[in-house]
Design a binder for this molecule. Structure first.
Ligand code: GDD
Ligand code: GTP
Length: 427
């Protein structure tokens, strides 16, 4: 039997995901129609021996538990629980704090998954590799290839190509180490708790002796990467690499949600085509759908609209005649009036977009000409203080209305108004 632990952080995190993370915790943000963390749950439940998923975070229970109660019946073969950390305990401190819950029932090992990644994870294959009796894996790390420059934003590894043992590990190095990066998805043996226990006891003694280094974090915060993997690499620490070239991406910024949306719609096409607007619907009298599109069954879309590729439309959305949308996420209860255009945009819940609006974002996808390029999570401003081009985001309850004074002019000249150029964020 195995378990999975998903680390979702807390309300202090997700600042780069604003304003969208102000209304909903980032792990609950819908990508291709379902919350980010639900995609991770769906990956976990594919593993036949998996019995329990523990979601660890610092969000108040009220933010997460109702959602889990709502989706749990869909995955009745596994138990899904939320365990709230009283403070941010770090990527290893949280699992140590809740070690009894993880160890209960004596699982052979457990998956540990960062809540801000998405992809097509080979979890069953990783488990088989991890459990191979020829080795004695303590941690198996899912890795991917990145470009030389982008690798430095991730944990970087050097492996023994024959044994796949990790020889060297640096977390977000300042100079180039390796293009092999940590994907934030692990299989861990229960012996990991013996190692964390030693670190914990050492920190506890230092704290009570008044010798603890203060870096602003609680002394109980322990990082899997810096405190466990880095020192164990190259020793008999039994840290191993499982390499995959399948789809993988981080979801750090709102722009990366558009990319993740496209990737998950693509996965639906391969694995769960019934979640996409099907061929029959495409040929029927409903609106024109191009490529991969998810439309919630309660959405009302005028037959003259053209939607896609790579669009997700949420619950109770109403879209008027002649609207064109591509590469965008439209969240629930939003109204988009006639002839508006949305490109590379996210529209938050319960927003209103007056007719003939143009909402254009700038694509910020990985460079298609660079093999293994990942999504660039750029800062809001560049070094010269200029806004970096990105997608356009409307937060929740935004009203983008037609001014009365423009109405007549619009009627006669087809004038565009409510014109938001890229990089615009309204909340
Ligand atoms: N429960 C809990 N408690 N979760 C946490 C905590 C904590 O104290 N701290 C971080 N997390 C969660 C975050 O919400 C996120 O989902 C995940 O752990 C990773 O934490 P970050 O601190 O944001 O690290 P990162 O994403 O910059 O880097 C990590 O992931 C990369 C792959 O996405 C590292 O593991 C890198 O080595 C790796 O390449
Ligand atoms: P994580 O996303 O949790 O990893 O946060 P971070 O603190 O690492 O992100 P980063 O330092 O890149 O965030 C940039 C800064 O911009 C933070 O101080 C945010 O508070 C701020 N910021 C980001 N988005 C918005 C926004 O939509 N509105 C405002 N007012 N500030 C924002």
């Amino acid at each position: 039997m195995v378990k999975a632990v998903i680390l979702i952080g807390g309300p202090q995190k997700g600042t780069r995901f604003r304003p969208l993370s102000l209304d909903v915790p980032k792990p609950l943000f819908p990508i291709a129609g379902i919350p980010l963390v639900q995609h991770l749950i769906e990956s976990c439940v594919q593993v036949p021996t998996l019995k329990e998923i523990l979601i660890l975070g610092n969000f108040p229970c009220a933010d997460i538990v109702p959602f889990l109660a709502e989706i749990s019946p869909l995955y009745d073969q596994v138990k899904i629980r939320y365990l709230q950390e009283y403070t941010q305990l770090g990527t290893a401190g949280g699992i140590y704090h809740f070690r009894d819950q993880i160890k209960a029932g004596n699982p052979s090992s457990f998956f540990l998954i960062n809540g801000d990644v998405c992809g097509d994870f080979p979890l069953q294959e990783m488990l088989e590799f991890h459990s191979d009796p020829k080795r004695k894996n303590l941690i198996t790390i899912l890795t991917a290839e990145a470009t030389r420059q982008q690798s430095m934003n991730y944990g970087c590894l050097i492996e023994n190509k024959e044994t796949h043992q990790v020889l060297h590990y640096v977390e977000k190095p300042e100079t180039f180490v390796s293009t092999l990066i940590n994907c934030g998805v692990y299989v861990c043996s229960l012996d990991i708790f013996l190692i964390i226990a030693k670190i914990f006891s050492q920190r506890q003694s230092n704290y009570y002796l008044g010798e603890a280094e203060s870096n602003g974090e609680s002394w109980e915060s322990i990082a899997l990467e810096q405190d466990i993997i880095m020192p164990s690499a190259g020793t008999q620490g039994h840290i191993y690499v499982y390499h995959s070239n399948r789809m993988w991406s981080q979801v750090k910024t709102a722009a990366s949600a558009i990319y993740a949306n496209r990737q998950h719609l693509d996965l639906y096409r391969k694995r769960q085509p019934d979640r996409l607007v099907g061929l029959e619907e495409k040929l029927s009298s409903s609106c024109q759908v191009i490529g991969d599109v998810y439309i919630h069954p309660t959405a009302h879309i005028h037959p003259s609209c053209v939607i896609g590729p790579n669009v997700s439309i949420g619950k109770n959305v109403i879209i008027g005649a002649g609207v064109r949308i591509r590469e965008s996420i439209i969240l629930g209860d939003t109204v988009i009036q006639e002839h508006s255009l949305l490109l590379y945009a996210i529209v938050g819940w319960d927003s209103f977009i007056g007719r003939w609006s143009r909402i254009e974002g700038t694509p910020s996808d990985p460079n298609p000409n660079k093999p293994f390029a990942k999504m660039e999570n750029v800062a809001l401003f560049n070094e010269e203080g200029r806004l970096n081009p990105s997608i356009t985001i409307l937060g929740c309850h935004v009203r983008l209305k037609i001014l009365k004074s423009c109405e007549k002019k619009c009627a006669t000249t087809n004038y565009e108004y409510g014109h938001l150029r890229s990089d615009t964020t309204l909340s």
